[in-house]
Design a binder for this molecule. Structure first.
Ligand SMILES: Nc1ncnc2c1ncn2[C@@H]1O[C@H](COP(=O)(O)OP(=O)(O)OP(=O)(O)O)[C@@H](O)[C@H]1O
Length: 600
């Protein structure tokens, strides 16, 4: 990308800075801008007042003395009032922007229909950077005030200095060199942050793994803490090294310009005194130079800071803008076709292949499979065979890299992902532990029925979670999660039953995806649960043609399915009913026999 288009992009990103503040809290932003303007004018106004006062005293000019004193007092009072008021405004502005940014990121993230973007390391790094930028974005309205203040005080102070002698404008002009050095230093620092993004992500992941109580047991059993610590230290040392180099390179030029600026500043005071000795300027004007020049130094410093803040904000909002464009583009490209309301024939996969963006081998190849309407289909196969990948393709979380999936002949590629997912329900082995109330934990499986107590109890009963609800002191209203004082903690199996109840809440889904959702239950409990569920869902399946796709390693459950599909290395190797597959004497029969023997 050339320099012109880079600048255009930076300017577009920069425009989002005030736009975001004004959209989140227009009143607060405008009032705070007025406050900082008053604060910025106050210092030069006091210098001006002092000059008037001194000249009035030397010339015995009483009106001039009064004007000088009035300007000083007004500036002092104005600052006092505005300081008190802006404290209140600042916290309100931060809170509003913080809420706005979180809502906006959630909105933007939910525009992306699939989860492929999490697999692309470049996209994942940028997403992680945007998440890290949230605090900067939440503070951005406050950061915006510094450039406003700087602009106002630059104009007033430079105007006053030029009124004494135009040559004095050389001092702030030299300040531009300082600004260049500060901007370059900030750019180097930022570049080192971006270059270290991948390492930073791994480091954060390691910290999360080490600190998450969920991993506490394995960390202790395998004595993993020192191992994790060594990895973290190595990554931290690499990151620190990159940052140190950037700081050193940027800092040297910045220090030199600070020194040179100080020397020029001293020269300007000597120059003003010389002018006064020749009678070309008044005593008040000397005082103006002496008191304003330190302020000018401050202004130049804040100009440099504002430039570096603006550079930082251009990058922060640039990344956010990229995410927004990416998500809006993904949403625009997503199909919009309607989803079927019932299935007469079923779902057909033809020549379906899939390769994860980061993988060099396909996870699925040449899958030809018919899932008949109303059937219960079990997927079996060893770890890594491709079962979960197939489930994710059916949920439209990924799109096949080759082949087609059709529902009653209609290509799923043309169906809006949200519309299709509204017809699905799903339960996974690595389910989410929503730390809401027990009722809500089930109810999020079908948001319109979040508060429908009979429906929640029905789903809980189908997942055999009824006795669990009875044992909870507040029943459906019981808060879950040990992080809350009144929260009940559940065992892995209990959490899993609630997740299963969530999957069973939606009435008559066209496709119920159950990817080892009962792995934490014992085989008998799993078998009993599915036998009961199959009875209960048969009537609904007849009505809507809904298909249940179950992934399980438990053959006592698998054998009850209408159709069993065996997968190996991303391909289907066998299919049929339990009896057919056992009679065929293939891999299924072998695995079934092995497991049956273990239970005898
Ligand atoms: N996000 C991913 N990125 C890259 N490769 C992946 C990803 N997820 C899975 N794979 C690979 O795809 C292949 C199929 O994995 P999948 O999870 O579908 O297997 P599975 O049959 O469900 O296994 P399990 O019984 O262990 O759950 C494996 O080789 C796995 O390493």
């Amino acid at each position: 990308m050339n320099r012109a288009s880079r600048s255009r992009r930076a300017l577009r990103a920069l425009a989002l800075w005030p736009e975001t503040a004004l959209r989140a809290a227009p009143g607060h932003t405008a009032l705070l801008a007025v406050c900082v303007t008053v604060q910025a004018v106050a210092a030069p106004a006091q210098s001006f007042g002092l000059a008037r006062l001194l000249d009035g005293v030397t010339a015995h000019d009483r009106p001039r003395i009064s004007v000088g004193a009035a300007v000083i007092v007004a500036a002092l009072l104005g600052v006092a009032v505005v300081n008190a008021f802006s404290l209140l405004l600042e916290s309100g502005l931060y809170d509003r922007l913080h809420g706005h940014v979180h809502r906006e990121l959630l909105r933007v993230n939910s525009l992306v229909p699939g989860i492929e973007h999490h697999e692309d390391p470049a996209v994942a790094d940028r997403l992680s950077q945007v998440r890290d930028d949230v605090e900067d974005m939440a503070h951005s309205a406050l950061y915006l005030m510094a450039p406003i203040a700087t602009a106002v005080s630059t104009v007033t102070s430079l105007g006053l200095l030029a009124s004494v002698h135009p040559l004095l404008l050389l001092v702030p002009l030299f300040g531009l060199a300082r600004m260049w050095a500060a901007t370059r230093a900030a750019r180097l620092r930022q570049r080192s942050v971006e270059e270290g993004a991948a390492r930073g992500r791994v480091h954060r992941e390691l910290v999360r793994t080490a600190a998450d109580p969920a991993h506490g047991i394995e960390l202790r059993v395998f004595a993993l803490r020192p191992f994790l610590l060594r990895r973290m230290e190595r990554l931290a040392a690499e990151l620190n090294g990159m940052q140190r180099t950037a700081f050193r390179r940027g800092g040297r030029a910045e220090a030199l310009t600070v020194l040179a600026f100080g020397l020029l500043y001293a020269a300007s005071v000597v120059f003003a005194v010389a002018l006064a000795r020749e009678g070309r300027i008044t005593l008040g004007q000397v005082a103006l130079v002496v008191t304003l020049t330190p302020a000018v130094q401050g202004i130049v410093a804040s100009l440099a800071n504002s430039m570096s803040t603006a550079g930082n904000m251009a990058r922060v909002f640039g990344r956010y803008r990229w995410l927004r464009d990416y998500a809006e583009d993904a949403a625009r490209r997503a199909p919009t076709g309607p989803a079927p309301t019932r299935l007469a024939e079923g779902i057909a996969l033809r020549g379906v292949g899939f390769r994860y963006p980061s993988a060099d081998r396909p996870a699925l190849s040449g899958i030809d499979l018919d899932l008949p309407a109303g059937a219960t289909v079990a997927l079996v196969g060893e770890n890594g065979a491709g079962k979960s990948t197939l489930v994710k393709l059916l949920a439209k979380l990924y799109s096949p890299t080759s082949g087609t999936i059709t529902a009653d002949g209609a290509d799923l590629a043309a169906v809006a992902p949200d519309a299709w997912r509204a017809r699905l329900s799903a339960g996974f082995q690595d389910f989410t532990r929503f730390e809401f109330t027990a009722g809500e934990t089930i109810g999020v499986g079908d948001l319109p029925r979040l508060g429908d107590e009979p429906a929640l109890r029905g789903a809980a009963a189908r997942a055999d979670a009824g006795p669990l609800l009875e044992r909870l002191p507040d029943g459906l209203a019981q808060r879950l999660g040990k992080r809350f004082k009144d929260g009940a903690d559940l065992s892995g199996g209990q959490w899993q039953r609630l997740a299963l109840a969530r999957a069973f809440l939606r009435e008559g889904p066209l496709l119920l995806l159950l990817d080892e959702p009962t792995a934490a239950l014992d085989p008998e409990a799993e078998h009993a649960l599915f036998a009961r569920f199959a009875d209960a869902s048969r009537a609904a399946a007849r009505r809507t043609g809904g298909i249940t796709l179950l992934v399980s390693h438990r053959f006592s459950t698998v054998r009850t399915a209408d159709l069993i599909v065996v997968m190996e290395g991303g391909r289907i190797t066998e299919r049929g009913s339990h009896e057919e597959l056992v009679a065929a004497g293939g891999r299924y029969a072998e695995l079934f026999e092995l497991q049956a023997r273990a239970y005898r």
